[in-house]
Write a protein that binds this ligand. Sequence first.
Ligand code: ADP
Ligand code: MG
Length: 446
Amino acid sequence: MTDDAWGRIRDELIKTVGRDNFVNWIEPLEFAHVRDGVATFLVPTNFMGNWVSRNFGDDILQHIKSSGNPVSRVDFVVPETVKPAPPPQPAVTAAADDSDLPGAPLDPRFTFDRFVVGKPNELAHAAARRVAEGGEVTFNPLFLYGGVGLGKTHLMHAIAHELQARRPDLKIVYLSAEQFMYRFIQALRERQMMDFKQIFRSVDVLMVDDVQFIAGKDSTQEEFFHTFNALVDQNKQIIISGDRAPGEIKDLEERIKSRLQCGLVVDLHPTDYELRLGILQQKVEQHRAQYADLVLADGVLEFLAHRISTNVRVLEGALMRLFAFASLVGREITLDLTQDCLADILRASDRKVTIEEIQRKVSEHYNIRLSDLIGPRRIRTIARPRQVAMYLAKQLTTRSLPEIGRRFGNRDHTTVMHGVRRIEELKATDSQIADDIELLRRALEA
Ligand code: ADP
Ligand code: MG
């Protein structure tokens, strides 16, 4: 098939799909090639590719075929060189008035006002607030850790914004550990180590994001250690983030680990349903003006908060895509539209809980050995947790009763069925069991 041929087919497609659909979905397609009976088109985003494939793929294929081209499938791909543009970097730097300072830009949206507080992050938030008051340094460093997208960077920027407003006299530097390394290497190369040391030792507040990055990078770790000590000695506030607790970062020098543990270590827990719903509501509020015409059906936010439990960044991204899409096609945001528009995200965040995880969590929870949980012993203190684990396996996985039985020391499926029923009964009458199950379910689905 030639470009010209595609041009003619495209013109035919207008009649089939209508003018609006054509402009939105067909016109942006760029014909790439036909190979082995597959016609490939380039699309700007995966989302668009999926959408076109699902809604117009058959039409396109039919038209190509009926114009005499031996094509059996159409494919839509995002060209690899086309990376999504990075978000615009605001020109506010933590060290705006001191051009020698090596700070990275602060995101103006990452303020305390916009940080939704819930159970999973209340401690981290409280600690961040305290440091942001800029009073006497009470814990040094403040070490924030947690999984991807749980708000570490947001909290650090919020501290910087707040401190800057309260104490304009302070030299505040925020940067990622990667940027720290980059600066350090540059200084080495340009023989400006003296300047480097002097600059970093002259700041009042140093924030280093994603410190796990320097693990295993020996000379950078060494320099970080010295910078760190010099500042602590002068009683300057240091705030560090990492993706796990200091003691658990692999290839990080022992002395750095123990230094990082000296101050206050707080973690951001995985979000829970209430926090996710709160964040979504806040986002809707923030975008109300921009999407004034949009109608959001009841239950959509609850659905998203329930189904997208991976991280806040994904949750936000999903909502923004939904808004953009609904305003593009001018439709109300219903559950159906949501499921259609976010199919890929929803599929990716379907957490697959395994029987092994369930068994591990349950034995930890009841403080019994995993081998006992699976083994033959029938005393109550082991048999009951075993039934709880069977119940959860039935509820949270797609495994059949015989399969579950096999994984519990080759038990018969009727034993599993009995266990599941027993727990269902107990849940209704025994609040302790009901609580245990709720707790375990949350932990497994987090
Ligand atoms: P991390 O640095 O832990 O990977 P970020 O701080 O970059 O995560 O957060 C990812 C996104 O989620 C950001 O857009 C941030 O504003 C948002 N976010 C995370 N937690 C919250 C929260 N509690 N309230 C509001 N927004 C949040
Ligand atoms: Mg971050």
